[in-house]
Design a binder for this molecule. Structure first.
Ligand SMILES: Cc1cc2nc3c(=O)[nH]c(=O)nc-3n(C[C@H](O)[C@H](O)[C@H](O)COP(=O)(O)OP(=O)(O)OC[C@H]3O[C@@H](n4cnc5c(N)ncnc54)[C@H](O)[C@@H]3O)c2cc1C
Length: 495
């Protein structure tokens, strides 16, 4: 019960970023008056992602469930050769939770992997994972061994290669993005060659593929680091938002702290003025760890409160009180590391067919965090969007990936909005996103690439100064441009 209580608190405080689209649905085109609903319908020959707003024509969608051996490699080579022969794009996806067609090849061959093979080496503290294995499968394999993923997202639905390909970060500290925990990957290049890429072998390919959105090669499997699963105790601190960066840095620098995140209040009257810092330290008692739990009734209750806050300032105030006062009193008990990260996206699901949850994420240096808060206060409440949640995470510098979003130690702000499925709301979201990205790049920060494709091209190159180098290297490795998706078609391929 105590674990469930902790988990529900984490949900309510945004351990999960909050998402619920209507699954892989297909949105019709915006209608002229801007207010009618963007209908979510299924149509053959189209593929969508979790936003429900990325309906894209494809030639075919195939699922490959072979283990990561010669059979999978042969199947990938054959599909890529067909794509080349037919002059089509090819792209692999996993959970398809990216929100702007980053895993969809327009008019091309879309592949989804369905195989959760995990082989752990407890002596080396590493495991080999099928590229399509989901984090829920990784946790299920590692938990009985007393081990835990070192870095993954705050939800367990996503694929391991997809996580490497967006170079996602988590909330265990003091780590960099997930790529920093990957020793090597095996991938089939557009040429059909199978390569092993690591920091010492084909390092250039490794650095391009980490955060390379499936544009460099088809990853078959990965060797990933793991850590011990431990029982953790939380501590809660409420503080002025302007003081958060200093307190967070201190927490991250404390070797006893192994997981940490923050939250900001989202009531309109005091938007982004108060912060909550939650830190976890190991319990003295590490015996008899319970199995990693799934979502309990408390988590589902928290999710209903999360949803009910939509357009309801009183409930937003209640939620903040609950998270900062009631929750810590009720839910300050221990939980295992694996239980804290074993959260499916669906727990926070929205059952409203007229809305979709849209995420944004920004990365800023610690000394620019106050400027970031000022920018958010200026831009977000002016928009028409319902702001649901923000969590703050630590990302250590990433010296490897070419498309790095954290070249320096950064605070990541993961924001969740509930957007109406109308053309008017879509326009408003695009406007707000561009204003926020301008403000963030002005202070030297970056925005995250797996979300809605609303940025201008100059905003991408400002946030990712090595984008042109990435595009040039990709063209050399893939001269026929077989590996393509909307990130290439709308952005990187335009550079
Ligand atoms: C609720 C929610 C919570 C989130 N929380 C976090 C978080 O805590 N931290 C964070 O950093 N991000 C977070 N994200 C963003 C998330 O990490 C990305 O959206 C990620 O892409 C999701 O994984 P996926 O399996 O859905 O990937 P997909 O959308 O299926 O694919 C993502 C990319 O990976 C590529 N790819 C997939 N498989 C392969 C392969 N085998 N070989 C080569 N390329 C491949 C695809 O081509 C695509 O470009 C969150 C998103 C949501 C919706």
């Amino acid at each position: 019960m105590r674990n469930l209580t902790r988990r529900s608190l984490l949900l309510a405080t945004g351990g999960a970023a909050g998402w619920y689209g209507s699954g892989l649905l297909h949105a019709d085109l915006p209608v002229p008056d801007g207010t009618a609903r963007l209908a979510a319908t299924t149509s053959p020959g189209m593929l969508n992602d979790a936003s429900g707003l990325s309906a894209t024509p494809i030639n075919r969608h195939i699922t490959l469930n072979q283990p990561p051996d010669d059979s999978l490699i042969a199947a990938l080579r054959a599909e890529m050769a067909s794509a080349r022969a037919e002059g089509r794009a090819f792209n692999i996806g996993a959970a398809r939770h990216s929100m702007g067609g980053q895993a969809i090849p327009r008019d091309g061959i879309a592949v989804t992997f369905d195989n959760g093979l995990i082989e752990a080496d407890t002596a080396a503290l590493t495991y080999r994972a099928h590229a399509g294995a989901r984090w829920s499968q990784v946790i299920a394999a590692l938990d009985p061994l007393g081990c835990s993923p070192k870095v993954m997202q705050s939800n367990n639905d996503f694929g391991t290669a997809a996580t490497f390909s967006v170079n996602a970060h988590g909330w265990p500290v003091p780590f960099g993005p997930m790529g920093s925990t990957v020793r090597s990957v095996r991938m089939v290049l557009p040429s059909g060659d199978l390569v092993i890429a690591s920091r010492t072998e084909n390092a250039e390919i490794f650095n391009l593929a980490m955060g390379g959105y499936g544009l460099i090669g088809a990853i078959v499997d990965l060797e990933i680091e793991m850590v011990a699963n431990t029982r953790l105790i939380p501590t809660f601190e409420v503080l002025p938002a302007d003081g958060f960066a200093t307190a967070f840095r201190k927490a991250v620098d404390d070797p006893a702290v192994t997981m940490a995140y923050g939250r900001l209040n989202v009531e309109r009257a005091s938007f982004f003025r108060q912060a909550l810092l939650i830190t976890y330290r190991e319990d003295a008692d590490q015996t008899d760890l319970p199995a990693a739990a799934g979502s309990g009734w408390m988590a589902h209750l928290a999710s209903r409160v999360y949803r009910a806050q939509l357009g309801n300032e009183a409930l937003k105030s209640f939620r903040w009180w609950n998270e900062t006062v009631a929750g810590p009193r009720l839910g300050g008990g221990p939980a295992t590391r694996n239980s804290l990260i074993n959260e499916p996206v669906v727990t926070l699901g929205d059952r409203n067919p007229n809305r979709t949850d849209i995420l944004h994420e920004y990365f800023v240096d610690f000394d620019r965090f106050v400027d970031f808060l000022t920018a958010c206060r200026a831009v977000i409440p002016d928009s028409y969007q319902e702001f649901l949640n923000v969590t703050l995470r630590f990302v250590a510098p990433d010296p490897d990936s070419v498309l790095a979003f954290a070249p320096t130690p950064r605070i990541a702000a993961v924001m969740s909005f509930s957007q109406e499925l109308t053309a008017r709301a879509e326009d408003d979201m695009a406007r707000m996103t561009r204003r926020l990205i301008d403000r963030v790049t002005e202070i030297g920060g970056a925005y995250y690439l797996p979300y809605r494709p609303h940025a201008r091209l100059d905003q991408l190159t400002a946030a990712y100064p090595r984008a042109a180098e990435f595009a040039q290297a990709k063209r050399l490795l893939d001269p026929r441009l077989t590996l393509r998706n909307n990130l290439w078609d709308s952005y990187l391929g335009m550079i």
